[in-house]
Design a protein around this ligand. Structure first.
Ligand SMILES: Cc1cc2nc3c(=O)[nH]c(=O)nc-3n(C[C@H](O)[C@H](O)[C@H](O)COP(=O)(O)O)c2cc1C
Length: 187
């Protein structure tokens, strides 16, 4: 079986808490981001951009998440706030994929969002191909405009997700997959 097909047939998400460092080198990160920007894109609008969270940046992002959580949940316990602070702290590298909707006469917002989803998936696949584990995660804060503003997103931008990337620390069982006969029809 060609290597690429084998990779695509066996790829699994890895939970961030089951990741360790070191994360991708600068050259590997460059490769991952380049592949993220190499996706089908109707109208060549590049309706996406990427935010790299590494080192301290992951913890500063967690502080923003926790402070918004505390403001909106005045009863929050210290334990709950600690969880929010650690949202980006497990994986050595987290990449945020931002969808930017650009007004266009022929390319609807939906198609631009799909292109951003393709970027996210390309980033997951590229990281996996380089030997890392990757997980595409969201969570309440990924659609909270106050958190997103803290991450530097403008009102016309959405967070497609955070791709957590690191070394897998344990083997990963596959999960059940859809049965093709239930999802494929012939016209
Ligand atoms: C847009 C999007 C957001 C997701 N957010 C979460 C999440 O917040 N938490 C979670 O456990 N899985 C989330 N997932 C699912 C995981 O990325 C992953 O697909 C799932 O754990 C199954 O693993 P697999 O990639 O090995 O099939 C999300 C997937 C997508 C496409």
């Amino acid at each position: 079986m060609p290597d690429t097909i084998k990779l695509l047939k066996t790829r699994r998400s890895v939970k961030p808490r089951e990741m360790s460092g070191p994360g991708p080198s600068p050259a590997e990160l460059d490769t991952i981001l380049t592949i993220g920007a190499r996706v089908p894109d109707h109208g060549k609008l590049a309706p996406w951009r990427f935010i790299v969270f590494e080192g301290d940046g992951r913890l500063r992002a967690g502080e923003i998440i926790a402070s918004v959580f505390a403001r909106k949940n005045p009863q929050a316990t210290e334990a709950e706030l600690a969880v929010e602070k650690k949202r980006l702290a497990d994986a050595p590298l987290v990449i945020g994929i931002v969808s930017i909707i650009k007004p266009h006469p022929k390319v609807p917002a939906f198609e631009q969002e799909l292109s951003a989803g393709a970027s996210a998936m390309n980033i997951v696949t590229a990281a996996t191909a380089l030997g890392y584990g990757a997980a595409w995660l969201t969570g309440w804060f990924s659609s909270d405009r106050d958190v997103l503003e803290g991450f530097g997103l403008k009102p016309n931008e959405k967070l497609v997700g955070l791709i957590h990337i690191g070394r897998p620390t344990k083997p990963n069982e596959d999960r059940p997959r859809p049965v093709l006969s239930e999802i494929v029809t012939r016209f």
